[in-house]
Design a protein around this ligand. Structure first.
Ligand code: KIV
Length: 279
């Protein structure tokens, strides 16, 4: 059965945890969906994780849609969420609803996600007016990390914690169906989760959140970027892939690959006929 916004809201009501993962391509999205993950986010972490860019601010709508379409082809059950890149709503808030519609119409996303910024409430309302569900994102917001003192835990002092709590409540009020809480103390995430009717999805926000999200390539041990404390690698595919490629290279170099097993043959009489044609 297809996971919908209502499925996600019911999870909180029934105290059932929500699982969310990023995916950027067809094969990994297919695996995440088959494993029963509830929400698949085509995250703008695409920028760092897949495209080798410095900042998530460097990825644009066209690249996001290109990957979202590939993920859409793979996902049969999970709720698909498109992550709004910085330029699609923060740089030009007037373009936000139009860009959200592109995620829905061109890539079949069931919702979009956007990060907190001063005008985000008006942007959420515009996108909701266009009929598209919105997931909020507070705490450490990577697109504007420079304004937050870098990639650091947020809300460690009373004032900044109060601001995050207020922002989360305001996003619920503006119509978000859920909120990502990134890199904040456990106690603050617990308070927000208790206060809000909509589900909270944590990343570096402790175990009290209604759900959890991780970047898939971090979980798989496939990314060489800096790993914050909250990342748990459930596999170490990087060294495994490196070994496989090195063996392939060694086999080709030594003439062991492709062996007969990996080659096509031709019937003898056809070979003889060919020789006559060529003579
Ligand atoms: O882009 C991303 O990966 C995110 C995280 C919250 C997982 O936004």
């Amino acid at each position: 059965m297809q996971t919908t916004i209502s499925t996600i809201l019911k999870r909180k009501k029934h105290g059932q945890k929500i699982t969310m993962l990023t995916a950027y391509d067809y094969p990994t999205a297919k695996l995440a969906d088959a494993a029963g993950v509830d929400i698949i986010l085509v995250g703008d972490s695409l920028a760092n994780v897949v495209l080798g860019l410095e900042s998530t601010r460097d990825v644009g709508m066209d690249e996001m849609l290109h990957h979202a379409k590939a993920v859409r082809r793979a996902v049969k059950k999970a709720l698909l969420v498109g992550d709004m890149p910085y330029s699609s709503y923060q740089k030009r808030p007037v373009a936000a609803a139009r860009n959200a519609k592109r995620f829905a119409q061109a890539a079949g996303c069931g919702a979009v996600k956007l990060e907190w910024f001063p005008r985000c409430l008006e942007v959420v309302r515009q996108i909701r007016k266009a009929g598209i569900p919105v997931m909020g994102h507070v705490g450490l917001t990577p697109q504007t990390a420079d304004k937050l003192g870098g990639f650091k835990v947020q809300g460690r002092d009373a004032e900044s914690a109060a601001a995050i709590i207020r922002n989360a409540a305001a996003l619920q009020e503006a119509g978000c169906f859920s909120i990502v809480l990134e890199c904040i103390p456990d106690a603050i995430a617990r308070l927000i989760t208790q206060r809000l009717k909509i589900p909270t999805i944590g990343i570096g926000a402790g175990r009290s959140c209604d759900g959890q999200v991780l970047v898939l390539y971090d979980l798989l041990g496939l990314s060489d970027r800096f790993h914050p404390k909250f990342v748990k690698a459930y596999a170490h595919l990087g060294p495994l892939i490196l070994r496989a490629i090195a063996r392939y290279r060694a086999d080709v170099t030594a003439g062991r690959f492709p062996s007969r097993k990996y080659s096509y043959s031709m019937r003898r009489e056809e070979w003889e006929r060919l020789r006559k044609i060529l003579l």
